[in-house]
Ligand binder design. Structure first.
Ligand code: AP5
Length: 215
């Protein structure tokens, strides 16, 4: 299964991708996670990316496209993949189509997770992530049993630097102007499927699986 997950910041792309990995046994390729790791490791790429991420802007295509191409060429992507956070604009989408065609593995579905803007703000300001295992929580919707501590591994929970209200507003603006047009892009290609992204995490996962299982 070769999937692109579309959706605004906080729509639940990462949350659902982690469940899809377990069910379908295919890797998640999250450009946000790859970039955050580069920032944490202090690599030159991470230093360049950080200035854009902190402002809620997109990192230049030249940086991101290279990372994705490299990742798609790895063996575990042969059986399929879940792209999360890529593509983010039409230029990235066109490049992705070209690259996947050359590799003989075109996209099968672009799944848009649709959530109202007012819900997104609460999801993002409340998000906490485990430094150790990456498990995600939300202080409003799915808090850990003990504040600041991961239920699964006991690791420390942290708030992402770009989950401050002002930066979130910018990310939502960037989504509307640059990423939302991809819904029409994939609709024209006939591979767009939309899923209602409000409700419980498991409920949304079932909606997604019923779409994917029908493909
Ligand atoms: P990225 O990491 O991709 O962030 P994003 O798209 O803004 O998406 P998020 O990770 O914030 O949200 P999500 O949809 O994954 O939601 P989640 O599942 O975490 O990008 C960050 C930055 O990197 C960008 O701003 C840019 O600078 C750069 N970047 C990345 N890719 C790029 C690219 N291709 N080109 C250029 N730059 C790029 O859920 C959010 C919260 O809600 C969590 O707390 C979760 O527990 C909770 N939640 C989820 N589902 C539910 C539910 N159903 N009910 C209640 N709570 C829920």
């Amino acid at each position: 299964m070769r999937i692109v997950l579309l959706g605004a910041p906080g729509a639940g792309k990462g949350t659902q991708a982690k469940k899809l990995i377990e069910k379908y046994g295919i890797p998640q390729i999250s450009t946000g996670d790859i970039l955050r790791k580069a920032v944490a490791d202090g690599t030159p790429l991470g230093k360049e990316a950080k200035s854009y991420m902190d402002k809620g802007e997109l990192v230049p295509d030249s940086v991101v496209i290279g990372l994705v191409k490299e990742r798609l060429a790895q063996d575990d992507c042969k059986a399929g993949f879940i792209l999360d956070g890529f593509p983010r604009n039409t230029s990235q989408a066109e490049t992705l189509d070209r690259v996947l065609e050359e590799m003989g593995m075109p996209l099968q579905v672009a799944l848009s997770i649709d959530v109202d803007m007012d819900v997104l703000m609460k999801r993002l300001t409340g998000r906490r992530t485990c430094r150790q295992c990456g498990q995600m929580y939300n202080i409003y919707f799915s808090p850990p049993a003990e504040e600041g501590i991961c239920d699964r591994c006991g690791g420390e929970l942290y708030q992402r630097d770009d989950d401050r209200e002002e930066t979130i507003r910018k990310r939502l603006e960037v989504y509307q102007s640059q990423t939302a047009p991809l819904i029409e892009y994939y609709e024209k290609k006939g591979i767009l499927r939309r899923v209602e992204g409000t409700g419980g995490i498991d409920e949304i996962f079932e909606r997604i699986c019923s779409i994917l299982d029908s493909i």
